[in-house]
Design a protein around this ligand. Structure first.
Ligand SMILES: Cc1cc2nc3c(=O)[nH]c(=O)nc-3n(C[C@H](O)[C@H](O)[C@H](O)COP(=O)(O)OP(=O)(O)OC[C@H]3O[C@@H](n4cnc5c(N)ncnc54)[C@H](O)[C@@H]3O)c2cc1C
Length: 414
């Protein structure tokens, strides 16, 4: 049926690798090429700010598939190779070594890269970013040497790196222009919980503070803050967000807006070309707008969904956004998506660090986060996706099962 076709995937990371796996599992028996700019076979990034960074697990733990998987499934893995140009009219992709690949279907899973800081001293040795396993290995060696680190940005990556560095015994300072960590996603009330967690572990949290410059001869020796402080340090980790890698798609003239625009079947504006993972700004049927999700579960599920779409299966990608984070002994899961909300309802006392927070608009839950409370994600997602009107007192009461907040007839009228 398909054996004379060629499917090409650009980006050999989680979304790309899961798409390749799914194509074979769904019976695609044509030529399948997976192109990745990194030298490593596909791996997962979450351990790179957690246990792998701290040296608690070995390299094998991070890979998406065992070593022989790609050969066994007749997936041509082109590692250390970058796709440099795309001609959608001719359905041809060019790699940096001159190879040209004609495709019947193409998946762009090119992910994202750290946003760079451009301030004086940004190029000094010792100012580092964390995205790849190579970045992580280099950072791990710095953690081994100990000393003082300044982390710029208290988003997820900055917060997790700060926690891991503290756990390895370094002196850690976090600089963040917002008033609490993770403020954009969690808001002030819940972000304050993370501020306190870090302070309790001995991290110096400089909040409401910007960074003006990095100073040193050849390597960074100090960080100058917006309020005139000079912080001596051995190195700096910058975690100020990521940018979708859209270069190839933009050069090819695909529709771009905060990533590669795709519909609910993950189809780009070019025929036969799909996108998934961190790079895809995908129309979401539940939110009725495009959403770009920069998290592991999205890459894990969108890769396979794109693969099925490449095979012509009419699947709609409508999973609610979900992510997790681990900092010290505090694990959390977050479901939903909230740009704005009217109030936050807590089930359990945040001070105990075992609680669920719900973000509400009117009496509907738009997002929920369970912290050191487990096996509630399905119930939280159901409350969100069914747009259940909740009584805030019952929502806050741990004696009321979350399942009991969903009316028996929910979903039937949707
Ligand atoms: C340190 C770290 C910790 C994280 N922790 C969590 C967490 O706890 N929870 C969570 O939900 N998410 C976490 N994430 C986010 C999660 O890892 C990402 O959402 C996920 O990696 C996205 O996968 P992807 O396949 O879409 O893209 P990426 O992982 O970015 O991979 C894209 C790949 O494409 C390659 N590529 C790009 N352009 C080309 C080209 N032109 N030619 C060839 N190859 C190309 C890149 O080299 C890269 O290997 C973390 C991310 C990092 C960096």
């Amino acid at each position: 049926m398909t054996s004379d076709q060629t499917f090409v995937i650009v980006g050999a990371s989680l979304a790309g690798a899961k798409a390749a796996e799914t194509l074979r599992a769904e019976g695609f028996d044509g030529r399948l090429v997976l192109v990745g700019a990194e030298d490593e076979r596909p791996y997962e990034r979450p351990p790179l700010s957690k246990d792998y960074l701290r040296g608690e697990v070995d390299r094998e733990k991070v890979y998406v598939h065992p070593e022989g998987f790609y050969a066994e499934h007749d997936i041509e893995l082109r590692l250390g190779r970058t796709a440099v140009s795309l001609n959608t009219a001719g359905a041809e992709l060019a790699l940096d070594d001159g190879e040209r690949l004609r495709y019947d279907r193409l998946l762009l899973a090119t992910g994202a890269e750290p946003r760079a800081l451009s301030i004086p001293g940004a190029q000094l040795d010792g100012v580092v970013y964390l995205r790849s396993v190579a970045d992580c290995d280099a950072l791990r060696r710095r953690l081994d040497r100990g000393g003082a680190v300044v982390v710029i940005g208290a988003g997820w990556i900055g917060s997790e790196v700060a926690a891991s560095a503290r756990q390895r015994g370094l002196e850690v300072t976090v600089i963040e222009p917002m008033t609490v960590p993770l403020e954009r996603v969690l808001g002030r009330e819940v972000g304050a919980v993370y501020r306190d967690i870090h302070r309790d572990h001995g991290v110096q949290m400089l909040l409401g503070t910007g960074v003006e410059a990095f100073e040193g001869d050849t390597a960074v020796e100090r960080v100058r803050t917006s309020n005139g402080r000079a912080l001596e340090c051995d190195f700096v980790v910058v975690g100020v967000g990521i940018e979708p890698r859209i270069g190839l798609a933009a050069q090819a003239g695909l529709a771009i807006d905060n990533g590669i625009l795709v519909d609910e079947h993950l189809r780009t504006s070019a025929s036969g070309v799909f996108a998934a993972g961190d790079v895809a700004n995908a129309h979401h049927p539940f939110y009725r707008e495009p959403i770009r999700v920069e998290h592991w579960a999205n890459a894990l599920h969108q890769g396979p969904a794109a693969a099925r779409a490449m095979l012509g299966q009419p699947e709609v990608y409508d999973r609610l956004p979900y992510f997790f984070s681990d900092q010290y002994d505090v694990g959390m899961e977050y479901a939903g998506f909230a740009r704005a909300w009217e109030r936050v309802v807590f089930r359990g006392d945040p001070v105990t660090r075992e609680f669920i927070a719900f973000w509400l608009v009117e009496d509907r839950i738009v997002a929920g986060m369970n912290v050191n409370v487990w096996d509630v994600t399905d119930a939280i997602q159901r409350l969100i996706s069914e747009r259940v009107a909740v009584d805030a007192r019952r929502l806050a009461d741990p004696r009321v099962a979350l399942e009991d907040l969903v009316p028996a007839d929910a979903g039937s009228a949707a």
